[in-house]
Design a binder for this molecule. Structure first.
Ligand SMILES: Nc1ncnc2c1ncn2[C@@H]1O[C@H](COP(=O)(O)OP(=O)(O)O)[C@@H](O)[C@H]1O
Ligand SMILES: [Mg+2]
Length: 404
């Protein structure tokens, strides 16, 4: 995570510089993962974040390591061969203690896990004593192994539209809110859709200063200057809005790069709404992004633009690119899922349903969807937790109830 001064906070909020051990728990099989989470949480001074999927490819491992977890616990059974490769890639490149769990007590599997670099081999039912001892070993290892230097930069998460009106602002705003809430980390939303960006309007925020102030004064931009330009939304997200007026202003790549550098030194997460500004694709935004969300819809013009964009800017299998189909309705406009995947050259990562009423209500009340519960908000939360994991909590005890 980011490590500027403010960034030593979560997910290792607690973890950084304290006795709290931050644990990333990767388990595609939910029941087993929950059991493991419950067992881990019984140990003292741990913080557990759950990831329901393995990283899609080994190329994603560096991004996993950027989370700077002290311990990474991996379910082996869901896909043993891939999980072993994952263990190896993590152990070669990172300082985290890797633990694996499997319900098969096969000696050859155990041997292969250890050769790949795993330090502990756990199996359900997870006994408290065994887990607690493993955690103690990991804690003492943390103090002896040099921890990876924390990255100095927060994550840059860029939302780009295949076409104006695709839904970039709606998704970027709500994603920023969801990410701030789910991660507990400092999060900044920057509206770079100049000159007419309306992210602030979506969040019901009035601002005095804008992205243009930051870019115009890029030469003297630093943390304290940036902070003066921001407004904090009630959800915790800081916002650098587009200007209310309509200035003639051309942002050059150098200024954008400076703004991103300062923003990422200050914030764990920097979410950028670039609208459909394709002229920015060769800027630092795209080079340094942790994830680029290409927002499109399932109509012919949007799909055609997406296809051009993907083939021009994103190499095959680029781990950075995630495709979001917004206003998705199964079989809408007669475009089948297969045809969509073909146009996009790959299946979409996310499909956000069309919900005009919910979005309208958000705009009229300026209450982010991400703060409520709806099909859209649930998906946006999933997008956020795919980035930061989900904080594991102890299941509520089923107490004896006399009535009902
Ligand atoms: N999932 C959705 N369901 C229904 N309406 C949506 C959805 N996403 C966006 N909209 C509507 O589409 C319009 C364009 O969205 P916006 O986020 O402003 O797009 P962009 O920023 O890409 O131009 C807005 O009026 C918004 O309310
Ligand atoms: Mg917009």
């Amino acid at each position: 995570m980011n490590t500027g001064i403010s960034t030593f906070e979560a997910p290792s909020a607690a973890a950084a510089g304290s006795d709290i051990l931050s644990i990333a728990l990767i388990g595609p099989e939910e029941q087993r993962r929950k059991e493991a989470a419950t067992a881990l949480l019984l140990c003292e001074n741990v913080e557990v974040r759950e990831f329901p999927n393995y990283p899609a490819t080994l190329e994603d491992v560096p991004r996993l390591l950027e989370q700077n977890s002290d311990v990474i616990v991996i379910d082996i059974d869901a896909n043993p061969e891939y999980a072993l490769e994952l263990v190896e890639a993590i152990c070669v490149n990172g300082a985290a203690t890797v633990m694996v769990y499997s319900s098969k007590l096969a000696p050859d599997l155990l041997m292969r896990c250890m050769r790949a670099g795993a330090r502990e081999f756990l199996s359900p039912p997870f006994e408290h004593k065994t887990i607690a001892e493993a955690i103690v070993r990991a804690s003492s290892r943390r103090t002896t192994v040099t921890r990876q230097p924390r990255k100095t930069n927060g994550r840059l998460l860029v939302f780009l539209g295949a076409k104006g009106g695709a839904g970039v602002t709606t998704l970027a705003c709500n994603f920023a809110v969801a990410l701030a809430q789910e991660s507990g980390q400092s999060t900044l939303l920057i509206d770079l859709d100049l000159p007419l960006g309306d992210a602030a309007l979506n969040l019901g925020i009035v601002t005095e200063y804008s992205t243009v102030n930051a870019l115009q004064e890029a030469g003297r931009l630093d943390a304290s200057f940036l902070n003066k330009l921001l407004v904090k939304h009630s959800s915790g997200v800081s916002v650098l809005a587009a200007p209310g007026k309509f200035p003639q202003f051309h942002a050059d790549n150098e200024s954008i790069s400076k703004l991103m550098t300062v923003a990422r030194q200050e914030f764990d997460n920097v979410v950028v709404d670039v609208g459909a500004r394709l002229d920015l694709t060769d800027s630092a935004l795209f080079k340094d992004a942790y994830t680029i969300y290409l927002v499109t819809q399932a109509g012919i013009p949007e799909l055609r633009n997406s296809n051009r964009l993907i083939s021009q800017f994103f190499t095959v299998g680029s781990p950075k690119l995630e495709i979001v189909i917004n206003r998705y309705e199964p079989r809408a406009l007669g475009v089948s899922d297969d045809a969509i995947a073909k146009a996009l050259t790959r299946p979409a990562n996310w499909k956000i349903p069309n919900d005009y009423a919910a979005v309208r209500q958000m705009q009229n009340t300026a209450t982010p969807l991400a703060l409520g519960d709806s099909p859209i908000s649930r998906l946006i939360k999933q997008m956020a937790t795919a980035i930061c994991g989900q904080r594991a909590t102890q299941p509520k005890k089923k107490g004896f109830r006399l009535f009902g």
